[in-house]
Design a protein around this ligand. Sequence first.
Ligand code: FA5
Length: 347
Amino acid sequence: MKDLIQKLINEAENEIKSSLTLASLEELRIKYLGRKGSFTNIMQNLKSVRSEEKPAIGQALNAAKNELEQHLTTKQKTLEEEVLKQQLSDDSFDTTRPGTHYETGHIHPLSQVQKEVEEIFSQMGFAIQDGPEIESEYYNFEALNVPKDHPARDMQDTFFLADKSHDHHGRMVLRTQTSPVQIRTMEKFGAPLRVIVPGRVFRYEATDASHDSTFYQVEGLLIDKNISLANLKGVMTEFLTRLFKKETKVRFRPGYFPFVEPGIELDMWCLLCSGMGCRVCKHTGWMEFMGAGMVHANVLKAGGIDPEVYQGWAFGFGLTRLVMMKYGIDDIRLLMGGDLRFLEQFS
Ligand code: FA5
């Protein structure tokens, strides 16, 4: 067997030496080292060798293979250099001609902004959490203080799953908001807590320029002792200023969400006119940004946290709408439409 290996090496070396082109060298690589090549063949015949000889022959084979690979690589470099020299000495070869352009992909604008949001909140000490997109009615509504048949359910049109097999947590739905992850993280980690939850949500809605049936939200939840909405104002002013890289102000208005008490809507300074009033902000100087509020005592209880000891705030904003604001996109459907002519502008 050893003689056979040596013979093969000698034969291969001679052929490599006399090979004149990169193509013929590639053929030799396949002939000796390819899937059906001579060395692979011998490897397969190793079965018939007596077991006490196997280690030595196996070693010899590996060494031979390595040697051959080295010969092939050295020869390949020599041939490549020769080709280059030839091209450079050839007057008709234009060295200033641009090279071949290869298309490379890039991160989707939604994911780019999601990453920026995650980085800013991470720097402020928030952990990033995830939750299921197919959720139970319990987590999506009940645990968030929206009981069955409560009119507040009409605020978010829901896709119910046809599958009727469900446990005590009710029917399964495509989550309408990232808020169910509030309960899941409270159950998992308890208090104190500081998390954000970016994720995809679904609503049974007719689409238009600012509404889609699938879009992204970012949930925020902070629970600790002595927490007030003043902390939320500070965190959001800092977040938006860092994200838009210019001074930003926020304001609170009353708003209703069953899972917070009091509930607020947070507006941010119009980025286009810096609060002066323009067409985009309908001359108010402010743009609606998100819903938020102090976490309702019933929600804290549902998450296993004692509302007598801890309190906190939660918020939820539309990541898709934020991307639209950041890049001045006037139709939400462009973002999920998959049209490369649109997406290539964000590389
Ligand atoms: C909620 O979904 C609440 N869960 C937010 C919340 C969390 C309030 C925690 C309080 C405490 P709302 O339905 O308003 O709220 O949606 C939040 C954001 O999602 C909106 O401000 C908007 O930016 C975005 N959004 C809502 N519907 C759509 C839609 N169809 N298409 C795109 N974005 C949407």
